[in-house]
Every structure is written in C-alpha cells, then in structure tokens.
Design a protein around this ligand. Sequence first.
Ligand code: SAH
Length: 343
Amino acid sequence: MNLDRPAVLGWLRERDAGRLETLWSLADRTRRRHVGDEIHLRGLLEISNHCRRSCLYCGLRAANTAVQRYRMDAQTIIAGARDAAERGYGTVVLQAGEDPGLEAGWIAGVVRAIRADTGLVVTLSLGERSREELALWRSAGAGRYLLRFETSDPRLYAHLHPAAPGGPRHRTELLPILRELGYEVGSGIMVGLPGQGIESVADDLLLFRELDLDMIGVGPFVPHPGTPLGALDAVAAEEQVEPDEETVMKVVALARLLRPDANIPATTAVATCWGPRGRERALLRGANVVMPDLTPPPYRAQYEIYPGKTCPPGLELTMTAIGRRPGIGPGGRRREEVPWSRP
Ligand code: SAH
C-alpha cells in the first residue's frame, strides 16, 4: 500500500470506529500475507540498569538516585539465555541502560558464550556505542541491534534525549552504521511524549519506511515520577498526540502497512498499560512478535524504565484464541523487495 503523508495523517486523525475497523483489518491482512501466523518470541534479559545518560523520559536516567543499580554477571546472563533456549525461543535480547561498565570486550565474550552454548540469535540493545564496539560485537556473533530513535522531531529529540559528549546528535545517524555492519536493525518510538505533535508521528512512521527497518517497536509513553516528565502536564504540542490505546494501535497498524515484512512486537509497554487483551489487540492489528521478560528477580523490578512494567502471563492462551502459533527458529526478517522502501 503506497501510503503518503496526507494518508498517514488522515489515519492518525481518524475517529470513526467503522473506518478504524478497516485500518485494523488492512493491517492484519498485511501481517498475515507478509510475515504469516507465527508469533516470534524473544527472551528479554535486562542485564544492567546503570545509565550514564539523562533522558527526560526514562526512570533509569543517571540523576535518579532512587534506583537500586545492578549489573548481571556473565553466568547469570548465560543462564538466562539457556532459559530462553529451553522455552523454545529462537532469540535472546540483551538490553541495558547506557552503561560504560558493560565493557565492550566483556560483552563480546558473553555474546560468544551464548552463541556457542545455545546457538540462539543474540540481539543487543545497549544504547549508543562507538562503531568499533558495535563492530566488535557483530564479529562476536551478535545478529541484531535495537535502538529506538524515540522521535524524529529534531528539537523534541534534543530536548528529551540530551546528546552525550562526542555522541551522535540523533540516533538515526547510528542506524546506517548498524546496517553497514550487517546487523538486522530495529528502531521505534514512544507515542504521546509531551510536545510530540501528530505531524511528527506521521514523520516517524514515514521514517520507518525510509530506513527500511527490520524491526519496529512502538509503545505508549508512560510518565515515571522519578523523571522531569513525571507529571504529564508538561509542555504539550499544539496537536499533542495522546498515549492512549487507540493512538498507539494506529501507529502499530500503520507501521505494518508501511513496512509489510518487518518484525513488529506487541510491546511490553502496551501490555503494561492495556493488559493481555491490549497485547492481543496489538497482535490482531499488525504485530507479530512478543518479547517475554526473562530477567530474574530482583533485577526485573529494578529495571524500571517506567512504573508498573509487567509482562502479563497467558500468552499461549492468547495465541491459541486468535489462531496463531509460536514461531520456530530465529524468526529473522525475510526480506522482500518492496519497490517504495528505498529513497
Ligand atoms: N539504553 C537502551 C535501552 C533503553 S530501554 C537504549 O536507550 O536504547 C528501551 C526503550 O524503552 C527506550 O528506547 C524507550 O523507547 C522506552 N522507554 C524509556 N522510558 C520510557 C517511558 N517512560 N515510557 C515508555 N517507554 C519508555
């Protein structure tokens, strides 16, 4: 479907329930045709909550002294990967705050050990790191990297995500490097950030297509009381986007229409805000991936990027109820040539 900017904006502004049903079924049919009925499960391990950054939205920001910080040791991470393999998942995702204590050579060793031990595809989500580090991890066997660009609006981005010294001005600068290094590249956004207008969400969606992303993660912004955005009455944009379920579902559905063969998760933030039924609705409106949290206690609760983060049980029941099945194997992107996907 060759959606242009006015059409994307039209859907984002749509209120009519009947027409929205059309959007949901278009997204669901596109999902089925391009990525099928399998739901790929990725085991998520939150390996460190140390962070040197000060993103205004995130509970792990360095200035939040209320966080009890942890860094998992290699044995715990490898045990978590084994857990994922035993559950039949094809992929493990290592995510963390931007933690310089996760020394690059050490991470490379952990990636190698997981690869040798379990054969799982390893996805990293460790924030903004240098080209050399990203290359090292790639050669150690990491196959995928997740780095949400959060918002394409340059002013909003700079405000919410102050640049690190020597780091990129915008995360979109890192995505082509990841691609060049041979990673499958994932990115995404939060919906409903204070100051995020509907036009900028349309731009985010069009950027998903332009970047030809392999994976697209979209979730609602959830205010964290330990951050400057803890109270939601902060600077609202003129046509402020709300972090409500309908809006987030529209973004998921449009991401599917714009990038038909991408892997799109029903994110933890969606499940946290709208429960197992919300997760189910995302899976019926374009999503084809779930990332169950395998982080062991007490770390899981300490990785509090936003309050209340939970991964509801009952996924097997949901999959059966909606006629879907767990994916087998790594579930990588099966790249299709999409004529309009390249600039
Ligand atoms: N340090 C890594 C991992 C961050 S956590 C990185 O920056 O890439 C993964 C994602 O959680 C972030 O990219 C962001 O989109 C999301 N997130 C952070 N704070 C959030 C909040 N308050 N509400 C909703 N999502 C949030």
